[in-house]
Design a protein around this ligand. Structure first.
Ligand code: SF4
Length: 184
C-alpha cells in the first residue's frame, strides 16, 4: 500500500506531466558606455544609421532577418525566453528595447501597428547585445556554448525549420509560434 506522501506524489505527477528541464540561459548585461555623452552619441549615431537605411522609399529588412530579430528580442515562446532587455510599453501589446536608452514611444516600439513602420523593420539596426539579425551582430565565442549558454548561441544554432515558424509580416506583430504550429 502506498503511503500518503507517495499517493500525493503520484497524484501530482499524473496531474502535472513531467516537463523537460528548461535550458539554463546566462544572464547578460548591456555594456555600459563610459559616460553620459558617449552613450548619447552612440544612440544618436545608431538612430541616424537606421533612419538613413530606411531611405526615401521606406525600405525594410528581409523577412528572414526580421524573423531572427523577433527571435532575438521576443524568444520563441517555448525554450528561448524573451531578452532581458525587452520592456513592456505603457501602450498595451507594445514593447521596446530597454537596453538602447531610446525609451518608450511610438517610434521605438519593436513591433508597431500593422500599418506603421516598426523599429525591427529598419534595414540597419543595432542591438545593445549584438544579437543575430542586427547590423552589429557579433558571433558567439566558444565559451558561450558552455552551460549556462547565451541566448545568442541558442539563436545561432536554431534550425531553419524552427525559424520559419516565427510568423512576421513586414509591419505586423509576431504571432506566437505555438499558435501557428500545425497540430501533430
Ligand atoms: S534589441 Fe537586442 S537588447 Fe534590445 S530587446 Fe532586442 S535583443 Fe534585447
Amino acid at each position: 500500500m502506498a503511503c500518503n506522501s507517495c499517493r500525493k506524489n503520484n497524484m501530482s505527477e499524473s496531474q502535472n506531466p513531467v516537463t523537460p528541464n528548461p535550458v539554463p540561459f546566462r544572464k547578460e548585461e548591456v555594456p555600459i558606455a563610459t559616460n553620459g555623452i558617449a552613450k548619447k552619441m552612440n544612440m544618436v549615431k545608431s538612430f541616424a544609421t537606421a533612419l538613413t537605411s530606411r531611405g526615401l522609399t521606406n525600405e525594410k529588412v528581409s523577412k528572414a532577418t526580421k524573423q531572427l530579430r523577433v527571435l532575438s528580442c521576443f524568444g520563441n515562446g517555448d525554450v528561448l525566453p524573451p531578452c532581458e532587455q525587452l520592456k513592456k510599453s505603457t501602450e498595451s501589446g507594445k514593447h521596446f528595447c530597454g537596453g538602447c536608452g531610446c525609451g518608450d514611444k511610438k517610434g521605438t516600439w519593436l513591433i508597431s501597428d500593422s500599418d506603421s513602420y516598426s523599429k525591427l523593420d529598419y534595414p540597419k539596426l543595432n542591438c545593445p547585445l549584438q544579437m543575430p539579425g542586427f547590423t552589429n551582430y557579433k558571433e558567439s565565442t566558444p565559451d558561450e556554448a558552455v552551460s549556462p549558454i547565451t541566448r545568442r548561441y541558442y539563436v545561432e544554432n536554431i534550425s531553419y525549420r524552427e525559424l520559419e515558424k516565427i510568423s512576421v509580416t513586414l509591419h505586423g506583430a509576431p504571432i506566437d509560434p505555438k499558435k501557428t504550429a500545425p497540430n501533430p
